[in-house]
Design a protein around this ligand. Structure first.
Ligand SMILES: *Cc1c(COP(=O)(O)O)cnc(C)c1O
Ligand SMILES: [Zn+2]
Length: 415
């Protein structure tokens, strides 16, 4: 393992991995988020262009030299990451942009981006010989942790808001996690999980406080860079578009891109466009305003980004400011309309928070934040089957006909 320590992003104190569990004790759980650091020279020698080209391991574990895993024998068997990057010319022409690609992270084992983080969380819990792992989640971190816990034979207790979509709750129950459906918001489920983790000593998988989790999320950035490496290098996208709730996903993607850039494997850094829903836009408000987080209530059809109090505010903000990017908010109707758009123009069925990236790019083009001459990658963070109710709200109904060819003829001439 090339991990050299953990640095507090607030006070810059440095810790050895065995000195701290989750966050900087001097700064507390809100501010004292830690950043995992590596011996980059050692990692760089193992992650050369030649070695990557020859590596047949098409999963996040191809980046093991840049991951915080001490004991690779504990890696669960589920295949996570190395999700496809599709060139989507019809989507690009519909959006009115020179070129765009869709990275389909709904193809992960439990059908969302969160699997990248859960895979690491489970390994760290096993390394610590934890008896149980816990998280609070709007839904996907939960179903993902449930799946990886089942694969690793590690008991899990999961807190979800009562309004989590049914399919995600079904995943939790099928995988055998202990599920607490909290009569309250995600933000309340989070507080409850934090307290329970302290009181019962359960390993805490919450991505904003557990510094190792975002290392899993950064693999999307590592992959993107590598996927562009194998194409024509001049293709490096101008923008990477990511939907934002707590800020861990966008922060992770940015860290991965930066590391590949530092390794000389990504010729230039894209700008990051963070997309939020109108009813849940703490990042947008802070970014447009004084830069200070003002937690509030949140409502949006995109349950995965329905977060009133983002728990990884600093890393989320940093990804956009450092990359000279932007935050943008889109109304729920535009998020819903982006579901069939992405499906019909690119063949990718995403849940609302996944399709939000397309809605955000469209809005950013309309507002001139992104130029029509530029290029962009849309991260489709979750599979559409996770929330069919939202999809059905926008796509209408099937035509009902009698089992009779005349009925088909009549229906065909009508349409
Ligand atoms: C969790 C999630 C996000 C946002 O990630 P954050 O780390 O909360 O910002 C976006 N899309 C989907 C599908 C998610 O599950
Ligand atoms: Zn600190």
């Amino acid at each position: 393992m090339h991990l050299t320590g953990l640095e507090c992003i607030h006070c810059r104190r440095h810790y050895q991995p065995d000195e701290v569990e989750y966050y900087c004790p001097a700064c507390g759980s809100n501010d004292g988020i830690l950043d995992v650091q590596y011996d980059f020279e050692a990692a760089r020698r193992e992650l050369t262009r030649e070695k990557l080209a020859a590596d047949r391991n098409l999963s996040i574990w191809r980046y093991l030299p840049l991951l915080p895993v001490a004991d690779p024998t504990l890696i669960p068997h589920l295949s996570v990451g190395w999700t496809p990057l599709y060139d989507a010319p019809r989507l690009a022409s519909d959006l009115g942009i020179a070129r765009c690609w869709v990275k389909d992270d709904g193809r992960n084992p439990t059908a969302s981006f969160k699997d990248r983080a859960s895979a690491i969380g489970v390994v760290k819990a096993l390394e610590k010989k934890a008896s149980r792992i816990t998280c609070a989640s709007t839904g996907n971190a939960a179903s993902s942790l449930a799946g990886f816990s089942a694969a690793a034979n590690l008991p899990a207790t999961i807190f979800v808001p009562a309004r989590a979509p049914e399919a995600k709750v079904a995943q939790l129950l099928v995988f055998g996690a202990t599920v607490f459906s909290v009569q309250g918001s995600y933000d309340q489920a989070w507080e409850l999980c934090m307290e329970a983790s302290r009181e019962f000593g359960w390993y805490n998988r919450n991505c904003a406080v557990n510094p190792y989790l975002i290392e899993g999320k950064k693999t999307a950035g590592l992959e993107l860079a590598e996927q562009f490496l194998w194409m024509n290098e001049s293709n490096v996208p101008d923008w990477v578009v990511v939907s934002v709730g707590d800020g861990c996903t966008i922060g992770g993607v940015w860290k991965g891109l930066r590391e590949m850039h530092a390794f000389g494997l990504l010729p230039r850094l894209p700008r990051i466009l963070g997309v939020q829903a109108e009813g849940s836009k703490a990042f947008v408000d802070a970014w447009r305003g004084d830069g200070i987080l003002k937690p509030g209530d949140a409502t949006t059809v995109a349950d995965s980004i329905c977060v009133g109090h983002p728990r990884n505010f600093a890393k989320g903000m940093r990804s956009v400011t450092e990359s000279n990017g932007a935050f943008i908010a889109v109304p729920d109707e535009e998020i819903l309309a982006a579901i069939p758009l992405l499906a019909r123009k690119a063949g990718v069925f995403a849940e609302p928070a996944g399709a939000a990236s397309a809605a955000g790019l469209k809005a950013a083009l309309a507002q001139g934040i992104v130029s029509r001459k530029e290029t962009a990658v849309l991260l489709a963070t979750g599979n559409g089957l996770k929330d069919i109710q939202s999809a059905m709200r926008i796509c209408g109904r099937a035509t009902s006909i009698e089992p009779d060819i005349d009925a088909v003829r009549r229906a065909v001439t009508r349409t």
